[in-house]
Design a protein around this ligand. Structure first.
Ligand SMILES: [Zn+2]
Ligand SMILES: [Zn+2]
Length: 224
């Protein structure tokens, strides 16, 4: 309701996660940050500003990103992770949904966020990849599932995984028993760095039967 939002905005003023300036209650980013935050030039297969497809086979088939991890976008990611200002999640989700619709992408049927370790999620109160994923799923009119991939406690929970899962669960990731036969899955994360997290999770999704995986990230790191 509008009045609840204005009341909330009075006590907890809405700020731009890119620069910290005050914003009207409904806004996600200020006009200046919004104007400069979109990355247009990147590879739609690996998701990197400078294509790294030649460096080896990736388990994900396509990639879509919103911004380069720098400047206002990097500050917005830090806000999303540590400062409780989650404005960047719905902002990035809207951009990613538009790019998926307008680009030559296969139509995703399910959103799966990159999982976070349960202890870490309890401390933070949310998984930022799932916040982006939930908004993205709403834009695309498809479901999101958080019971497909898990981030295991490598010390405590690895012994419960089968040998095959352990082998694929490199990096602490594992898959549950959900079958995704023939589905095109949108795998969602906040930042695409080397691509190894997306690669490992995409490999697990394919083991669950996914026919294609599109990696979606709010930010991609620029060239070092
Ligand atoms: Zn701003
Ligand atoms: Zn590439």
């Amino acid at each position: 309701m509008a009045w609840t939002r204005s009341l909330l905005n009075f006590f907890y003023p809405n700020r731009c996660p890119g620069c910290g300036c005050f914003l009207p209650a409904q806004a996600l980013l200020c006009a200046d940050c919004e104007a400069g935050i979109l990355l247009h030039d990147y590879c739609s297969c690996c998701g990197k500003p400078v294509c790294q497809c030649g460096r080896g086979t990736l388990a994900y088939d396509r990639a879509v990103v919103c911004s380069a991890y720098a400047g206002a976008a990097a500050r917005a990611i830090l806000c999303l992770k540590d400062a409780g200002n989650t404005n960047f999640a719905p902002f990035a989700a809207a951009v990613l949904a538009r790019r998926l619709r307008e680009g030559a992408y296969p139509a995703p049927e399910l959103v799966v966020p990159v999982p976070m370790h349960p202890d870490k999620q309890r401390r933070r109160g949310y998984n930022q990849a799932a916040l982006i994923g939930k908004a993205l799923a709403a834009h695309l009119g498809i479901p999101m599932r958080e019971d497909v991939l898990y981030k295991a406690d490598t010390g405590r929970e690895q012994h419960r995984l089968s040998a095959r899962e352990r082998q694929l669960g490199d990096g602490g990731f594992s898959a549950g028993s959900v079958r995704l036969d023939g589905q095109c899955v949108l795998l969602c994360d906040d930042v695409l760095t080397t691509g190894s997290t997306m690669h490992r999770c995409a490999a697990l999704l394919k083991e669950c039967g996914a026919s294609a995986v599109i990696a979606a990230a709010a930010c991609t790191t620029p060239r070092k």
